[in-house]
Design a protein around this ligand. Structure first.
Ligand code: ADP
Ligand code: MG
Length: 383
């Protein structure tokens, strides 16, 4: 367990000064997959895995950052123009650059980072890293950015400096998360609403296949194109829609015979998934776990059969969850072709479910999946 006391003491030993401490959470996406680039809805929540930062200003004429988990230190006195070969520091330099672009130049500082968010497990350790620095700089140097600006700055860091074209959800969630709540984010307007997620005696369990099939990124691009093609076709047919967000079930059904079968399936999934986000948010608000869980399974079925972004490893994890007592619902989380499943599980059944899943998965694939047990957590804040 990382604590403020530990990270503070480490900082003092290293830099001879008491720091201010911040943390930002990793995130899950409860429901709303492949809806972001279709201007639809997503439903992330912060989890109780965090990236911590201790920071203070310095009289020195350079800034230094220590990544405890990598036992590496990076110092700089001017902002590198291009990404550096120290990969982790680029996320932070990207944040500084995005802030500079908005007219805020930071004084020199020293910082240390430590995180318990597993890297590459689908919990967005990188967004937490960007978000915690965005929050720390904003608070410590009194920069006056709003929380939505911080999320946009964090995304810009990843898009423009690290060079990864991701959406806003991960950084948005890491900054805006609220314990015992999920957030429904409208990816078209960036309006958002909190919904109670009182897990009580339930847990979120993530099973990690630890694989990423090679076709993941080409298929992702392909899906984006297919969705655009469906929108184009509907416009040709006389509808005025900018994205699949503007299409409802009745329009789609009416045009079914005019649409290519594949495009119809893709569009159907996206439209149904947007509707599921809405229904899911109502179910969790009343702690109706059985109903909420059924939408998780519905989401997985759509991703598997209509959107075709699942894989045999993810399907097995969901199939085993479906037959396990104490699991309300499960689905693949993230882009697909590997990564994690998210499972809503009764707390007193968690151990049993994990054993069952591990055994069944190992019997088929020869290795056990990794797993993480989480509950909800608060967004980026000073601690
Ligand atoms: P994820 O899905 O977890 O976000 P990414 O590949 O997008 O995976 O980001 C992981 C990268 O974020 C790491 O390679 C590293 O550069 C940075 N990172 C994550 N956690 C830490 C940490 N504890 N300390 C320093 N850098 C980190
Ligand atoms: Mg990432």
């Amino acid at each position: 367990m990382i604590s403020k006391a530990w990270i503070s003491a480490f900082y003092e030993k290293e830099f001879g000064k008491k720091p201010s401490c911040f943390r930002a959470p990793g995130r899950i996406n409860l429901i709303g997959e492949h809806t972001d680039y279709n201007q639809g809805f997503v439903m992330p929540a912060g989890i109780d895995f965090y990236c911590y930062v201790a920071i203070s200003d310095t009289q020195a004429h350079s800034s230094s950052i220590i990544a405890c988990d990598y036992q590496e230190k990076f110092s700089f006195n001017s902002l590198p123009e291009k990404p550096t070969s120290t990969h982790w520091v680029n996320y932070i330099l990207g944040v500084i650059k995005a802030m500079n672009k908005r007219g805020k130049v930071l004084p020199f500082f020293n910082a240390i980072i430590q995180s318990d968010i597993p890297v590459g497990a689908g919990l967005s350790s990188s967004a937490a890293l960007e978000s915690v620095f965005a929050k720390a700089f904003n608070t410590f140097f009194n920069l006056g950015f709003s929380s939505m600006e911080l999320a946009l700055i964090a995304r810009e860091a990843e898009n423009d400096f690290v060079g990864l074209q991701c959406g806003i959800m991960d950084m948005f969630a890491s900054i805006h998360a609220k314990e015992n709540h999920a957030i429904r984010l409208d990816c078209r307007s960036l309006e958002y609403e909190y919904f109670p997620l009182e897990l009580a005696d339930n847990k979120i369990v993530l099973f990690d296949t630890c694989i990423k099939h090679e076709l993941a990124s080409s298929e992702y691009n392909q899906r984006r194109k297919e969705c655009e093609a469906a929108v184009s076709r509907l416009n040709q047919l006389g509808h005025r829609v900018e994205s699949l967000r503007g299409v409802d079930v009745s329009m789609l059904h009416a045009e079914k015979s005019q649409l290519d079968t594949l495009l119809y399936k893709r569009a159907k999934y996206v439209i149904e998934e947007n509707a599921r986000v809405d229904k899911f948010s109502k179910a969790i608000s009343t702690s109706d776990w059985a109903t909420a869980g059924s939408y998780l399974y519905g989401s997985h079925d759509g991703l598997k059969n209509d959107y075709e972004v699942s894989c045999k490893e993810l399907d097995l994890l969901v199939d085993v969850a479906r037959e396990s007592e104490g699991v309300w619902g499960a689905r693949m989380m993230g882009g697909g072709f590997g990564g994690c499943t998210i499972n809503l599980v009764k707390e007193d059944k968690v151990e049993e479910v994990i054993e069952h899943v591990k055994t069944s998965y190992s019997d088929t694939f020869g290795v056990a999946p990794k797993y993480y047990i989480a509950t909800t957590g608060n967004g980026a804040c000073e601690i």
